[in-house]
Structures are given as C-alpha cells and as structure tokens.
Design a protein around this ligand. Structure first.
Ligand code: BGC
Length: 829
C-alpha cells in the first residue's frame, strides 16, 4: 500500500511534467485532468480500474497504477461507521436513529465521523449512506436506512454525504434502486415491479438529493427492477441516473451484483465489485472487439477521483490506525440522545425524579447481552458498549439502587452469560489455524465472558475462515444444585463440564444454534470447563450462558420489578442484512415479561430496541415507551441521560408504527416479498392516511419533556422559483428547554391522485421555557409537483399543514398555484 501511495505522488509529478503543465495542471478542471491522464493509459490499464483487484485488506480494492501515479481505490463499509471487522473505530447509532433526530446539522456531524474514520483507515471510497426507503418494517436492513419518507431520507442523506466528503473520502450512496428486501436478493425472485411515478416520487428522491449533495459514486443494487437487474438496467443507470438526474460520478455494482459483461457495461455500470468475473477477461475481450467504450467508464472514475482530490492529497491512513476518539464518541452519544423517541409518557412518569430510590433494569438486552447495532455489512466493531444497566447505574450513582435481571433468554436462545468471577477471571482461549484444533495455537488470550460476536479482527488471529478455538478454565459453583448451561455457536461447537459433554451443537454445523444441558454441581467445588468451536466461514458467534439452581429468569425479573420504585424493561428484535424478519412481533417471552412487570409495578418504562417498527400489544398497560433503535456504543449513557432528563427527548419517528402486521401497506405477500409495488405511492404514513387506518404511533410522532404551541400560520405567495415560504410561531409552553421538530405537509389537489399528505419541510426549533420563535420553512417547487412523465404542478389549491407529527397537525392553510410544469423534467429540489 505504501509503495502505491508513494508511487501515487511521484506519478502525479510525473504526469504534470509529461503534460508540460507543471503546477498549472493542479488548477485545471477534474475533467481536463482526467482526459489528459486517460490519453496516456493503455487499454489494460484502463480495464484495471473497472473491477476489483488484488486483495488489499479493504472490502473493495481497485489496483493502483504506479506508472501513471493513479492511487489504488480502497472501498469500505459502511453507514454506521467503519465496518468490515476493523477495530479502533466508533460504533455510531444505526442510521435510522440518526434519521429520527430530524436534524441535518447532526447528520453532517455523523457523516464527518464516518468520513474522518474512513480516511484515517486509508479508505478513499466510503460505502455510505444507504438511502433505500423502508417500504416494510420487516426489511432486514431497515435499521441501516433513513426511514420511510423520501424527503426526510433525502435531507438526512445529503447532510451526511456533505460530512463524509468534508473529511476526505468519496461517498458511495447505495443501493440504486428499489432495493427494499433481503428475501431472494440478487436473484430474479426479488424483481421489483414498479410504475414510473412511484419510482420517481418515492424511491428515487433520496438518491436525487444525494447526487445534488455531491455523492461521488452510486452503488447499484442486487435486485432486478422491472425485469432487469439494477446493475445492467439502462433505464435506471443511463436514462434516469445520468441523462435526467445529471449524475456524473461512477457506478459500482453491489458485491456480486454484476450479472453480465457487455450488457452491464453498455447500460451504465462502471465498476464490478468485488472481483473481475465479468469485467476482467470477458470485458477485455469485449473492449477489443469494439463492443464496449471503456474510456467512457474510466473517465467517470478518474474525474470523480480528481474531483475528490485523490491525486492531490496523499492518503496516509491505514487499516491498523486507531481512529476513534472522545469527540467521535460524543457525536455517537448525541445522535443516540437526539434519535431516541419518547413514544408515550403517561402522567409524566419520566424524567426520573429524586423520589426514585431504586431502579430495576430488566431484559436480556439490558445487561451484558446488550444489542447496540444491526448485522451485516453495516456492522461496526465497538471498543466498548455501554449497556442500559451500566449507563443507568452510573447516572444514578448513590441516589438510587440499580439492579439487573435478564428476564428472558437472548433472541437466539442463549442463557445469560456465565460471569467472569465464577470462572476465576475468565477462560483461557487458544486459536488454531484449521478447524481441527490441532498444531500449535496461533494466538492465546483470556476472555472474561464468552458472549460476543467474534471475528478474525478482534480474535487477533488474522485468519478469516477455517479456524478453531478452545476455551478452558475452571468454574467454581456459587451454590449446590442443578445448573443449566447453554452454548450458542454459529458453526461447530461443544461444551464439556467436569469432563462430560453437556452441549454438542455438532462439529460441521454451519448455522447458528443454541442448545442447553443440565449438570448438578456442588457449591465451592471447582469443575473444569472446556468449550470448543470450529469456524468455517467469516464471523462467529460463541456464547456460554447459564442459569443457576433455583434461578427463574421471568419470575426473578418480575419480583425485582415489584421491589423497585421504577422498572425499566429493555426489549428488542435483531435485524440484519441478508435476512428479512418474519413478522413485526417481539418474542412471546419478551411480551410476557413486559405485561407481568407492568402488572407488578405501575411505574414501568419500556425501551424498544429494534431497527424498525414492531407491534407493542401491551402498550396500554405501561406508562412510558422509548424507541431506542440500535443506539451504538454510547447506548447506556444516552438512555440514562434521557431517563433522568439531563437531555430532553426531541426525536421523532421516521417510520410509522402500525397496530399490527396486517395494517402495513405491503402486508400482502405478492407485494412483500413478492415484489409487486401495487401500493404505489402509498408507502408508510401515506397509506395509513389514505386508508384512514389509525397507526399505533404515527410517522413524525415523538414526545418531549416540555410542550409546544403552534400559532399564526402564514403561507406566503409563490416566489419566481416556485418555492413557497410557510411561517408560523412556536412557543415552548412547558417548564423546560426543549427542541421541537416542526413538520410541514402538503396536500395536493385531489385530481393529482397524490396521497393525502406529503412531508415537504421541517425545522428543528430549540426553545427555552416560555420562549417563542417565528419560523419560516421554505417549500421548494417540487413540493407541489407530481410525476406525469415529467414533474408537473397541477394547479389549484394546495393544503399546507404544520404540526408535531403526521397525525398531529396544528395549523392548516393553503396556497393556490397556477397549473404549470414549473421546472421541467428534473426541476425542483
Ligand atoms: C451490501 C453492500 C455492501 C457490500 C460490501 C453487500 O452485500 O449489500 O451494502 O456495501 O456488501 O460489503
């Protein structure tokens, strides 16, 4: 890598000398410089830029060119921080949490942390953000995206992209387009059958906003759209993206999402990732046969590189750099604070008052089995995750006694982790190359508890696949009686206690499973423990759990709740790339825990830790509900600050919470995951509004510890550019400072066939107690348009509603517009 970088700078000088322009070349345009460089490249050199090259440690690598001083490209995930098993990075809250802050300034900070850490790691193409619309809460990657509304997603993405780029790397926005499910992904079975209007109005605006914000690159998605794979879809990549949206950067295929050579290249794909199956030898042959114009693709890549300054700044970062720092952790915490949503707070149970002297934290995810993120390529390895229990305990200090009970098994069935103290501080780990536990160990270390997501990076063994591990130690039982032990293993695994095999998950197993076994042990009499694991593919999950004699997870948690002044139940559902959720229900044991805790303690707060909407069938029996999304490494700190009122809630839902799965727009299987987009424009709140279906919690909803009054709406006359100023006064009518997200919705004339309301503007307004502010939210020309072969303003009266959620509209006015196609085919925003 270093050779390539040095060569990059030397080559740059060489280029300048060869061109005879000396320093002047630096000041010429990226287009000019790209053209000049292109003219010196051989066909082979050009083709090298169009596909994955030699392994370079990043998830995507394009070989550098020392002869011409072209830097290598290092592409790296992802949307919640630097991923792909790197360490020394900050685990940010899930992007959906960031979207829930409705705060472009904060999104920019979020992007800057991503950009700075990527750049520090040597990445020059950051694979972020994910801007696909959350069409259905069952999408496994809903957490990784920016919600159900195109306008909110677009504003969030634009701000984030600005932040990423400000720190050095290119931003590659993904996945273009209409990628809304994991089921059958990258196969014809995920074909999205969608009409042009829905495509333009719902699924493309966030990409449009990203392009306007300077996205350097676009990743095409896995799924076919109207019968043609996105990465060879000329309608998408050429006609819309380039010709109409004016995108001049390069298009990279999702990993393995290239399905052809000439078809893909001639329909707009510039770069195959991660390898060269179609764009290696087959593309060379096609280029030689004159079937593909290679220059057009390489020009786009080079121009984007020049634009981003990759030829002018030496990339000094590398993968071993520690790039996280306190400032980044503070951004992570702020996003978790601002992105958490207070869904319900009856009788002002929160914030926690001084009278609360004892708090029971309950739920598997409340303690050491804390879930702070979703899975897949957006996964980020944190240094340390602050659990709710830890955060609340630290915040309460000596003011309250804080206890913890898991209450249920983990989502994968794992029992609570065996604590380090009964293991004499931990288990000794030995890692072996190969899956047979043989030969000398390649690494050894001590692990305090065995309850983690494992990967080659943090195991420090440098082997990505086909490794095995053995953990050994001694367990000193704290009591006499029957213990139940669980072993969770993603691949092969077995557990021996006292020389006896207690759990055998199979040795050549490649699916995650949890099994349990029971052993009777004597207090104080140590027994040997041995856990063996064989890992065949990528990352591993190994967890060693137990329950002690007489321990009953559910009953113990309910009893703890009954004894405490306040019960905080943490529930959740795991979401990951690669798999959709079967439903939107929490596990039955979690629902039962909430119900029984609520019956035992009327001061019950539920923290819902999910990547999207879930059903909350017990909602009427608890006083407070907080939606935490997956809040990243600062989870417990942010939650405690909110619970205690150090920070006032201001987050608002970026997705609708339905009463049940039957109410969601794409509930019918032919729609989702069947791929028929027949709900059309009625995605998210648009559906509930159009059908008059009451959601459980509407889009845009979120309470505060204070209250706000809206008054004096004035809708201004349309300006020459088609925009309309909307002014109103917001007053903080409570006793605390707080921030309100004021939302502006537009209802178009009925003849347009638009949904009842479309979000077209919002402003975050921070006010002290009693303070008022006049706010002007400007709606752009597009706010009043619909797609009818081009963007068209129908003419007539447009209803303008301003309020605190999509269902809490406090002020209504209108503006009349003449019928006219205001800004042409791609005008407006
Ligand atoms: C995902 C992309 C990701 C890529 C590289 C794919 O499976 O869909 O979002 O950037 O892998 O990890």
């Amino acid at each position: 890598m270093r050779v390539a970088r040095t060569a990059g700078v030397l080559g740059l000088l060489l280029c300048a000398v060869l061109a005879g322009t000396g320093g002047r070349e630096r000041t010429s345009t990226p287009e000019y410089r790209a053209e000049a460089l292109l003219s010196r490249m051989t066909l082979a050199e050009k083709l090298t830029m169009m596909h994955g090259g030699a392994e370079c440690g990043y998830i995507g690598c394009v070989d550098g060119n020392p002869r011409l001083g072209i830097p290598a490209l290092h592409l790296q995930d992802g949307p919640a921080g630097v991923g792909n098993d790197t360490t020394g990075v900050t685990q940010l809250p899930a992007p959906v949490a960031a979207a829930a802050a409705w705060d472009p300034a904060l999104l920019r900070e979020y992007g800057r942390v991503i950009g700075a850490e990527q750049w520090g790691k040597g990445t020059n193409v950051a694979l972020a953000p994910t801007v696909n619309i959350v069409r259905d809460p069952r999408w496994g990657r809903a957490f990784e995206s920016l919600g159900e509304d195109p306008y909110l997603a677009g504003r969030s993405a634009a701000a984030e992209i600005g932040g990423i780029r400000a720190e050095g790397p290119m931003a590659q926005v993904k996945h273009f387009a209409v990628y809304n499910q994991e089921t059958a992904r990258n196969t014809p079975g995920s074909n999205a059958r969608i009409d042009e209007r829905t495509l333009r109005e719902i699924y493309l605006p966030a990409f449009e906003a990203s392009i306007a914000a300077g996205a350097d690159s676009v990743m095409c998605g896995y799924n076919p759209v109207n019968g043609t794979y996105a990465c060879e879809n000329g309608d998408l990549l050429q006609r819309i993206l380039r010709d109409e949206l004016g995108f001049s950067g390069f298009v990279t295929s999702d990993w393995g999402g290239t399905h052809s050579t000439v078809r893909a290249a001639t329909n707009g794909l510039d770069m195959e990732m991660p390898d060269s199956r179609y764009f290696g030898a087959p593309l060379t042959a096609a280029a030689k046969a004159g079937k593909v114009d290679v220059d057009e693709h390489v020009r786009r890549i080079l121009t984007a590189m020049f634009r981003r300054g990759l030829f002018d700044r030496e990339q000094t970062g590398d993968l071993s750099a520690v790039v996280t720092n306190d400032a980044h952790a503070r951004v992570a915490r702020r996003v978790a604070e601002q992105g958490s949503v207070l869904l319900k707070n009856d009788g002002a149970l929160l914030p926690v008052g001084p009278g609360v002297r004892s708090v029971a934290v309950l739920g598997s995810g409340g303690g050491t089995s804390v879930v702070s993120q979703g899975g897949g390529s957006a996964r980020v390895i944190p240094q340390d995750v602050v659990s709710p229990y830890r955060g609340i305990r630290e915040r309460a200090g000596s003011g309250a006694e804080v206890t913890y009970q898991p209450g249920t098994v983990r989502a994968d069935g794992a029992l609570p982790p065996v604590e380090a103290d009964v293991l004499g501080g931990g288990l000794r780990a030995e890692f072996f190359a190969g899956t047979t536990l043989s030969g000398p160990p390649v690494a050894t270390r001590t692990d305090a508890t065995l309850d983690a997501f494992w990967h080659a990076g943090n195991a420090g063994i440098g082997i990505k696949e086909n490794w095995s591990a053995r953990w050994t130690g001694t367990l000193t039982p704290p009591a006499t009686g029957a213990y139940t032990f669980s072993l969770t293993s993603s691949d092969g695994g077995r557990l021996r206690i006292g020389g006896r095999t207690v759990v055998d998950n199979g040795w050549s197993e490649t699916r995650r499973r949890t099994r349990t076994g029971t052993v009777t042990l004597t207090a104080g009499r140590p027994v040997p423990v041995e856990i063996e694991h064989a890992q065949f593919t990528g990352n591993a999950v190994v967890a060693f759990g137990w329950t002690r004699p007489g321990q009953r997870l559910h009953d113990d948690a309910v009893a703890a709740a009954a004894r405490a002044d306040l019960a905080v139940v943490v529930v959740g559902k795991d979401g990951t790339e690669g798999a959709d959720l079967k439903d939107i229900s929490l596990s039955a044991d979690q629902d039962r825990l909430v119900r029984d805790v609520a019956a035992a303690n009327r001061n019950t707060v539920v923290v819902v830790n999910t990547g999207s909407a879930v059903a909350l069938p017990w909602v009427d029996s608890v006083r407070s509900v907080i939606q935490a999304w997956y809040p990243g490494q600062e989870y417990g700190h942010a939650l405690a600050a909110l619970l205690y009122g150090d920070v006032t809630f201001s987050g608002k839902l970026p997705v609708t919470f339905p009463r049940s799965l039957a109410d969601v727009p794409a509930a019918a299987p032919q729609r989702w995951p069947g791929g028929e987009y027949s709900e059309g424009l009625q995605v998210g709140y648009r559906w509930y509004d159009a059908r008059n279906v009451a959601p459980l919690f509407p889009f845009g909803h979120g309470l505060s510890y204070t209250t706000f009054r809206y008054a004096d709406l004035a809708v201004g006359a349309p300006r020459p550019d088609g925009s309309v100023p909307v002014s109103y006064t917001i007053t903080n009518t409570g006793a605390r400072a707080g921030a309100e997200i004021a939302q502006v919705y537009v209802g178009q004339p009925a003849a347009t066939g638009e949904p009842p309301n479309n979000l077209r503007g919002f402003d975050r307004v921070t006010l002290g107690p009693g303070e008022s502010r006049r706010v002007t939210t400007t709606l752009d020309a597009r706010s009043f348009q619909h797609w009818a072969g081009r963007w068209v303003t129908a003419g007539g009266a447009y209803r303008i509603s301003v309020g605190s959620s999509s269902r809490d509209l406090r002020l209504t006015g209108q503006v009349s517009l003449p019928p006219n196609p205001v800004a042409g085919a791609t005008g407006g925003r």
